[in-house]
Design a protein around this ligand. Sequence first.
Ligand SMILES: [Mg+2]
Length: 403
Amino acid sequence: MKISDARVIVCSPGRNFVTLKIETDEGLSGIGDATLNGRELAVASYLSDHVVPCLLGRDPQQIEDIWHYLYRGAYWRRGPVTMAAIGAVDTALWDIKAKAAGMPLYQLLGGRSRSGVMVYGHANGRDIEETVDEVLRYRDMGYLAVRAQSGVPGLNAVYGVGRGRMFYEPADAALPSEHDWSTEKYLDHTPRLFERLRQAVGWDTHLLHDVHHRLTPIEAGRLGKALEPYRLFWLEDATPAENQEAFRLIRQHTVTPLAVGEIFNTIWDCKDLIQNQLIDYIRATVVHAGGITHLRRIADLASLYQVRTGCHGATDLSPVCLGAALHFDIWAPNFGIQEYMRHTEETDAVFPHAYHYEQGMLYPGEAPGHGVEIDEGLAAKYPYQRAYLPVNRLAHDGTLWHW
Ligand SMILES: [Mg+2]
C-alpha cells in the first residue's frame, strides 16, 4: 500500500477546523485533526508545504517509522504547530490501518478496557445561582460529571462564562477581545460557588473546576485547600506549567486532585509532573500531543505512577480528534475521564461520526477506523474565518495576565 494523495481541508462551520486527508493507492483513506485554535493556518501550511511532499509514495502502514521521520526528521522538535501536524498524520494513518483491518481503532490498541467513556460537560453561569441551574440541567441530561464555572462579581468577562448554552466558543473575534481579572475577587468567590453547588447537587455528581492558569502556585495551594470540603474530581490548570516544579508547591498544601496538560505537546512537557506524582490527571490529547502513537506513550508513563488520563475535549478540537480520543479512552487502562463539549449542528453535519452520547457516557461506535469522516462538499461552503482567543489583563492596572 502507498500514500497516493494527501491534502489539507480548512473549514469554518461555526468555528475553524483543519483536517488532513490521506488517500492510498488501494482506495482506503483516513483523516486526522490538525486544528490549533487561533493559529490554524500555520499548521495548514506546515502540513501542505512541508509534510505532504514527504508522505507521497510512503507505506501508510509504517505508522511508527513515519512518526519518527516527521519528528526527528524535522530537526526542529516539539512545539504546538509541529506536533499538531504530526498528530494529524498519525491519526489519519491509524484510521487507514484500522479500516484495512476492518476493525474499530480501539481493537488495534488492545481492545476495550471498559464499556463506555465517562465524560464531563461544561456548566457556565454569570453568577452562582445560574451555574447551579446549569449543573442541575446537565445532571438531568444524565451527566455523571460536570465542570462548573461562574462569573465573578466585579469582573466584566470571566473564562468559561459563555453567551449561549451548550455551544460556548471563546475564539470570538477577528482580533483578540480583552477580559479583566482579579485573583483576590476570584479566590473569595470560588469556594462560595462550590459550597452552594454541593448543597444543591449533593454528592453523587462529580464536580470539576478550571482555573485556566490564572494563579501562582501558592495561590493555587490556597484554593485547593479551600475547596477540599467539596471533594472536587479535579482542579484544572491551577498554575502555568512551563515550570513543572511549580506543582510541587501546590501539592504541599492540598489534597484536591490536580489536572494539567491540555496545551502540552509531548511527553517531555509532563515527564517530571508524572514521575514526581505532582498531578493526578494528564490532559494531553490526540491532536496536540502527536497523535495516538505519542499519546499512548504518555498514558503508559502515567500508568506507572497512578496518574490517569483526562483528554482535552473543547470544541476547538474537531469531531475527528474526539472520535480518535474515544478509541484511545475506551482502551487506556488508566483512563480517568473525557472532556465533552458538544459541537454545533453545522460542525456535526460536516463531520459525520459513529460516536454517540448516552447517559453521561460517550461510545466510539463500531465503524472501522476511528469512525469520523468529512463531507468535503459541505466543508467547502464554510470558508476559513480569522478568529482569536481572548487575552486577559489585571483589572487594577492592565498588566497582561494569563487567559
Ligand atoms: Mg481547560
